[in-house]
Design a protein around this ligand. Sequence first.
Ligand code: ZN
Length: 270
Amino acid sequence: MNYIDPHIHMVSRITDDYERMARSGCVAVSEPAFWAGFDRGCAEAFHDYFRQLTEYERARAAQFGIQHFCWLCINAKEAENVSLSREVISLIPEFLDRPGVLGIGEIGLNKNTPNESTIFGEQVDFAASRDELILIHTPHLEDKYMGTRMIIDMLMGNRQVKPERVLIDHVEEHTVRLALDGGYWCGMTLYPTTKCTPARAADVIEMVGTDHIMVNSAGDWGISDPTAVPKFIIEMRSRGHSEATIRKVVYDNPLAFFSTSKRFDFTPRS
Ligand SMILES: [Zn+2]
């Protein structure tokens, strides 16, 4: 089955991963701007990173028949440094109109600190004032419910934000309803150890249905699996779900959300 991985950090992955993903049916990826595993020392490092996302990685993916899209921002972890964050945000307009840039993300909260909240709010303003799509990282484990609640309260407090133009990612059983009930899109991350396994994600789909929900690998430089989405497909099949139901989650939904970005220049396979 053809699928889209709506959240994966391909800059951290080797070429063999692209090959395995292509063989597994991956036709497109969307790569949010994120933490590199270490704090970058200056805004110029992000300038290079944005070039890598919009130029090099797009071309590398194309070699394997995978269409590459990306998002730009300062991530929640490095947003703790407010002055660096503002410098990075000022670089974004130079890159925002490049082909395949879907919007602003992944922004959000990491430890739910005041500095993170300040920069999150400024990036939401930036995106909403330009009617850009927003991709949101929700915190891990014990901070997740509180962080998701704070994020949704801030989104609701901004009159320019349209919920249908926001994807709230890394939802789990205890946060998925918060996101869906607010009218947002949501993403479940399939991780080998933390976050959702394919089986847990299938349980959530059986609980909330297939509207406005998608799954991703969030593959990055840590322990993660770039072919997690195909494993979810297998799990859903083993439970007797129809091909149309599975395709809605792994292909139709990301396609529908991304299609509302004016720079989503996706060519479907015929
Ligand atoms: Zn990510």
